[in-house]
Design a binder for this molecule. Sequence first.
Ligand code: UD1
Ligand code: UDP
Length: 383
Amino acid sequence: MKNIKIMSVFGTRPEAIKMAPLVKELARWEDITSICCLTGQHREMLDSVMEIFSLQADFDLNIMEKRQTLSTITTKTLLGMEQVMEQCKPDMILVHGDTSTTFAGALAAFYHQVPVGHVEAGLRTYDKYSPFPEEMNRTLVGDIADLHFSPTVANAENLRKEGIRGEIFITGNTAIDAMAYTVKGDRPFETALLNQLDFAHRRVIALTCHRRENYGKPMEDILTAVAKLVETHEDVEVVYPVHLSPVVRECAQRCLGNRPRIHLIDPVDVEEMHNLLARCYFVMTDSGGLQEEAPALGKPVLVLRRETERPEAIAAGTAKLAGVEYDAVLAAGNRLLDDPAAYQAMAKAVNPYGDGQASARIAQAIRWHFGLTAERPADFCPR
Ligand code: UD1
Ligand code: UDP
């Protein structure tokens, strides 16, 4: 029987969370040899995901440095991939999303003339510097890729308008597949602080903020607005699992440190995070992944960015673009806390991003591409 070697390359927390269900799905097929290559762009935050999903790396470039630059991530990945490609000779490389690992992984595949499948393809803001460097990473990977796995119709439309080469599949987002592994209604938390929180009587805001384009004034404005929200609402508590980036940690400590109802904690594992999302009152975030996960759990999201490449939840009414300025973030938070009708209008479970079958569609698309099945997967349509 024909057997294909598919190598998934990833390196950061969100890529790992969204690739994990796909790596597991690929491993189910007898005609696929699934290989997992980590760049190690993240270390602790990546290892935690590998452990939760019981995944093992076949290769690990281990590139992370403290305060690494975009250039070091890209060059170390490109050089590291040389040997891996020589040794492994994959039939296709899969990359995910828009990080520097994604870009360098796709470029390494191109240099070795190996076809590329792009998972989470076609998200765009059409603003070159926002999000930075992600918008350009995903655009460049779009040009390199042969198979494009777009989560939504709108993502696929972006690629069609751009006249992209290759096959486009509408698959849903594998983030929703991942939640099937992690969300467990009555699971106790492992993090002591989360177990001590009184979710029944306190309104708990889950906060994350880490994006490079928010470094400096925007992040200070956002976090100062959060401090004001807590100061003016006695029943509100904030849980902020702070990203391990030293830039983010310094800003979080300076703007939000030593306040009794603001809990700055280390990053939590993805099971903890998804269950925190399921139990919180609402979410404030500049994260991409959280914009997809929170709506699925019926939690309103205030998006702490100037724009978003994920307009679907905004159209569905569960997410709002709060911006990055102090007054705007404060006003959006006050509205959700003080206007029950506004809160109720946003607190509805919608799932424009997936039905939990994205990995199955992607595996089928790959098998179809290599002639292992005659059936092209049907497109994902949100209900
Ligand atoms: C990266 C991605 C971003 C993604 C984010 C998810 C790029 C350019 N950016 O940004 O798209 O949204 O990951 O979190 O690819 N660190 C640790 N341990 C870890 C992880 C990070 O110590 O496990 C620290 C290191 O000092 C590292 C710094 O965080 O240098 C920044 O990591 P980096 O991957 O460069 O940028 P992120 O902001 O995480
Ligand atoms: N997440 C996590 N622990 C945390 C914070 C986030 O597991 O402490 C998860 C979150 O649920 C989502 C993913 O990490 O699945 C998002 O990653 P991140 O915000 O780092 O990156 P982005 O999605 O913005 O690229």
